[in-house]
Write a protein that binds this ligand. Structure first.
Ligand code: URA
Length: 288
């Protein structure tokens, strides 16, 4: 029979599995007397799990230490339990996003929007950074821990590489706008689910319309797939140009994809291709 784990081993196991938040679906008042807390917690379905047997299965995927992008498809962590609620969230997302006439209005709309479950566990909304009048918009995958703390995208390690990549073609954050496919950090840096991305997409689309850039750059495979509507990996999307359009954009936007900076930090062999992609973006920008 499997040996029960000691509390230390149990915590270690959770950490290795990518758990860095301990929350339940319902709030627990920890100021109540201990017996009352237990009652509240178990009534809310939050009672501590029995100690697992020694884990056999691999840990669930996480986006890595800081903010690594996914290369795996973004399958939902679990199927959406309440399709009606998801439908409602989507409808409300489309309506709120469509009504926003400036990036600031879009921020206020997102602040009042509770349809995306990621908001519950995030510290801050991470809408975007940079110049909302920029000619170039860059869309990454999801905020990481540092982004969640500061409420700004790409401010951690991979953000510093992104700044250097932009600098290499003469751009900085005053000349681009940067955002993500979801606006709150997925707990434990896991990949955002398909549903979370779908629910944020009306706001992403509206953001692109409001910035009305000449060039759209998807950072990494997850953003590339969803924005370019292609079902192939980043290796087949980078370095190519697509037309991105929405009904409210005055004209299609030139759209491309590059490797995610967090991926480049782990896989230096792709830096040559990334450099070529950046030069191609610069060439395109000069030609428009
Ligand atoms: N990775 C992302 O995809 N987005 C961020 O904002 C930070 C890291």
């Amino acid at each position: 029979m499997a040996q029960p784990l000691s509390p230390r081993e149990l915590l270690q196991w959770y950490l290795e599995a990518g758990v860095d938040e301990t929350i339940g679906d319902a709030p627990v008042n920890r100021y109540l007397d201990p017996p009352a807390i237990r009652a509240t917690a178990s009534a809310a379905g939050n009672s501590p799990p029995p100690a697992p047997a020694r884990p056999q299965a691999p840990a669930p995927p996480s986006r890595g230490m800081e903010d690594a992008p996914s290369t795996a498809p973004t399958a939902p962590a679990r199927p959406p339990a309440k399709p009606a609620a998801a439908d409602q969230a989507l409808q409300s997302a489309w309506a709120l996003a469509a009504a926003a006439m400036t990036v600031e209005e879009l921020r206020r709309a997102l602040e009042g929007f509770d349809g995306c479950g990621l908001k519950k566990t995030a510290t801050n909304l991470v809408l975007g950074d940079g110049n909302p009048q920029a000619r170039v918009i860059l869309i990454g995958e999801a905020p990481g821990a540092e982004e969640d703390r500061q409420g700004l995208p790409f401010v951690g390690v991979s953000g510093r590489l992104l700044d250097r990549m932009l600098g290499s073609i003469g751009l900085d954050r005053t000349q681009v706008y940067i955002s993500n496919t979801v606006f709150w950090r997925p707990p434990g840096n896991r990949n955002p689910t398909t549903m979370e991305m779908a629910i944020c997409m009306p706001f992403v689309e509206r953001l692109i319309e409001l910035v009305d850039p000449e060039i759209l750059v998807a950072l990494g495979g997850a953003a590339a797939k969803v924005l370019l509507a292609q079902n192939v990996g980043i290796g087949q999307l980078r370095g190519r140009w697509f037309a991105y359009s929405t009904p409210r954009l005055p004209r299609p936007v030139e759209a491309t994809a590059v490797f995610h900076p967090a991926y480049l930090l782990r896989s230096a062999t792709h830096k040559g291709e990334a450099w070529r992609d950046l030069l191609e973006i610069k060439r395109k920008l000069n030609s428009l």
